[in-house]
Design a protein around this ligand. Structure first.
Ligand code: NAD
Length: 336
């Protein structure tokens, strides 16, 4: 088996706890790996690196192309620009891919949820272009470019086609944001009509889409949307299948990819040893598929499905009492 070099960013809060558990699981599957540890977030500043995203960390990801990342803390309303937004913009990780599905043993309101959110990751209101026009009046600019809208639409259709998905639904608010969301829709329609007419295509205004989602998420397959909507829908959909502890994610570009859970650094439970490591483990499984270690990915997926179905070693967010390490140990015990 090829030896992989993967950048590991432990992150802040519960990040080091869950990422360490994920590394143990990945190695137990037989992955031959050298981890290159790199700092980001509050922990980078605390260690005197002077920035939430040190140049060394960015260089390591550029060099090795693949990173597994724990969540990082972002101050609200002040301070440094978000590490995540910077990483996505600086490395051009234009596609956030977040699969959301029911898991064995985790009872939720709905069964049969199996959808994928494809979120544009570099533009929209996350462009960070904010101005104080006059004292007491501020603006935030929503950016949409034809190049980025076309790129994410093409990514989503290609993903759907390769994974034998049936339908893409674009969530938008083009009835109000006629230019920016209008352009997103125009580019999506063009890719559908010219390149992937074999995939079913649908558009829904996002407010109605949210209602439809919570009424019956099984009606959705691949969801395509701009940055902010994708951020919100990711947490909403996580809530439909058991919460933030069970939803993985990836940020994909042409030259690099970062795999991370959808959840944040959970300061309320950091250091307690309770955090559910499943989401970052699942993100690790996505990473294994990305680096063509599909057999190892299947081993881990089968093992966590078995632990969940058994229901004995669940963490608190899933109604159990297991610690982060107990869950990881139980999973490792099931790897065949
Ligand atoms: P959060 O996702 O950290 O936590 C929301 C709730 O979910 C909390 O009650 C938390 O305890 C729980 N939770 C989250 N992950 C869990 C897990 N693995 N196991 C068990 N429970 C879990 O969201 P927040 O509190 O809004 O954000 C905290 C910080 O994380 C903020 O600074 C935010 O900016 C940052 N954040 C980072 C990322 C990232 O790095 N990718 C993503 C989202 C938020």
């Amino acid at each position: 088996m090829a030896k992989h070099t993967i950048v590991l960013i432990p992150g802040d809060g519960i990040g080091p706890e869950v990422s360490q558990a994920a590394c143990r699981v990945l190695e137990a599957s037989g992955l031959s790996v050298t981890w290159v540890e790199a700092l980001a977030g509050a922990s980078a500043v605390e260690r005197g690196m002077g920035d939430v995203l040190p140049g060394e960390t960015l260089d390591a990801i550029k060099r090795y192309k693949i990173a597994l990342k724990g969540p990082v803390t972002t101050p609200v309303g002040k301070g440094f620009k978000s590490v995540n937004v910077q990483l996505r913009q600086k490395l051009n990780l234009y596609a956030a891919v977040r699969p959301v599905r029911n898991l064995p043993g985790i009872k939720t309101r709905f069964e049969g949820v199996d959808l994928v959110i494809v979120r544009e990751n570099t533009e929209g209101l996350y462009s960070g272009i904010e101005n104080e026009v006059v004292p007491g009046v501020v603006t935030s600019l929503k950016v949409a470019s034809e190049a980025a809208c076309t790129r994410i639409a093409r990514y989503a259709f290609r993903y759907a086609n390769r994974r034998h998905r049936q339908k893409i639904t674009v969530f938008h608010k083009a009835n109000i944001m006629k230019l920016s969301d209008g352009l997103f829709l125009k580019c999506s329609r063009k890719i559908f009509e010219e390149e992937y007419p074999n995939i079913n295509y649908d558009e829904v205004i996002i407010d109605a889409g949210c209602m439809k989602m919570v009424q019956d998420p099984t009606k959705f397959d691949v969801l395509l949307m701009e940055n902010l909507y994708g951020d919100l829908m990711s947490d909403l959909c996580a809530g439909l299948v058991g919460g933030l502890g069970v939803v993985p994610g990836s940020n994909i570009g042409d030259d690099a990819a970062i795999f991370e859970a959808v959840h944040g650094s959970a300061p309320d439970i950091a250091g307690k040893g309770w955090a559910n490591p499943l989401a970052i483990i699942m993100s690790g499984v996505m990473m294994l598929n990305h680096i063509h270690e599909e057999a190892l990915a299947t081993k881990i997926k089968t093992a966590y499905d078995a632990v969940l179905a058994e229901g004995k070693n669940l963490t608190r967010d899933l109604g159990g009492t297991a610690s982060t390490d107990q869950f990881a140990d139980a999973l490792i015990g099931k790897i065949k």
